[in-house]
Write a protein that binds this ligand. Sequence first.
Ligand code: ADP
Ligand code: MG
Length: 535
Amino acid sequence: MMEAAQGVCILNVDDTDAARYVKSRDLRRAGFDITEARNGTEALRLIEQYHPPVVLLDVHLPDISGIEVCRFVKRRWPEIMVLMTSATFTTSFDRTMGLDAGADSYLVQPSEPLELAAAINALLRLRRSEDKLRELNRTLEERVEARVVELAEANARLVTEIEQREKAETALVQSQKMEAVGQLTGGLAHDFNNLLTAVIGSLDLIKLRSPDAQIQRLADRAYKAADRGSKLTAKLLSFSRTHRLSAEPVDVNTLISGMRELLNQSLGASVSIEMVLDPLLPVAMADTNQLELAILNLSINARDAMPDGGIVKITTGLSRDPGAITVEVADTGSGMSPDVLARAFDPFFTTKPIGKGTGLGLSQVYGIARQSGGDVTLASEVGKGTTVTLRLPRATDSAVARHQVADSSIESANSERILVVDDDEDVREFIAGYLPELGYEVQAASHGDAALTILEKFTPNLLIVDFAMPGMSGAELAVAVRQRYRRMRILFLSGFADAAALDAAVGTSPFLRKPFRPSELAAAVRAALDARLRE
Ligand code: ADP
Ligand code: MG
């Protein structure tokens, strides 16, 4: 069967008219298109022009020999198939010459018409598969290049991903460490708080009751020590998440101006203090005492970084991200190496000698920032100085308004009844011992069930409940009590309670943080009794 040869153009080169005519005729019959050339020069011109897939080339030509034409074609267009033909050069030597010159096949003439067409078809098949191979080679390079680019991109992505993951892991480890230490310190501080509440309360009572001047002095000294202890637990608690900060609207400028005296004393004469306070600073939302402590901590760090003196600059302003108040404490001190900078917030991390540093200063600052819903960042350069930027949220207008109203007075009671419930004996006895001195009638219970029993005979005007108690928690007791007395006023005591849990359970109820001083207890009780219970 003949293969379809439609449209394939063959160049037929032969100087003998008859022989050329016969070959052209036979091939046209087989379906090929034919172009003819009578000599080598014409053949090369046509090849250049038409680039035929197959050239039928007679060996004997008048100008250039077919062998030379073949060599030239194969050098210049290796993809063109050359079928040599000859009626005169028919020996095996002639055929060898032709094939060595690069011809793809050699056919002695005259041949059968079908044989000529079959030979050409065979060459066309070869040509097609060679074309495919060439194409494959060409695109292979492109494909390899594209793949290399792809791989490079994937690699770059991988590297960034790894970097990001490493960063995230470092941050995670850091926050877990902070969390763990926070829980530990929180637990310890809780116990200390209860002890200190009892100690401070009892000392106050000793002072109230003893006219002896020496006892007064001793009590004062003990009181000062206890007060330092309670500041330390406050530091620990403000770092640990279990401490509930009482966020309130704070005029940060006034707070800082008010610290000038304190800072002058603490920083010494060789350090000058500059304050650049934004006159239009909005009111911030934070725990006033904690914020003051944070600014003091930062200033003391600045002082420690400037043993030969320098400048501490405290700047307030509004951060670009609207809604945040910034407090910046900058020094011209030693700065921190990247190593120290990376660990500066770690609780208990200090580079200072024993007795000079606790490593809790920046932890406290970190704690107040995070718990106020703000943040804190450090920028430091060795030899140049350090800038700490504390960002605090703005207070809402309604919070400011509420704050101004809640200016409660301390009045004495007219025999109002109070039930105090606390599992800690010292705290309970202190409250039960102190409040009657103010004229209140007090009963005490050490757990929720006991309180509910007492409530069957004794209806108090106020319930003072410790938030964290074993068994029935303060919040559960509150729910149980309010089932019977819907309008019962409740004052929660909390030294140790997850801020979120406390918020969820207590809501808008007032709370008093341990350790508290008798005057604070008195004020909180009065305020709770005077406040209208919101329904
Ligand atoms: P402490 O001051 O008790 O060492 P901090 O938590 O306040 O603990 O600070 C931790 C460490 O961070 C310091 O020991 C000090 O190395 C470094 N640091 C803190 N503030 C500064 C500062 N302003 N300049 C230089 N180093 C500082
Ligand atoms: Mg410090």
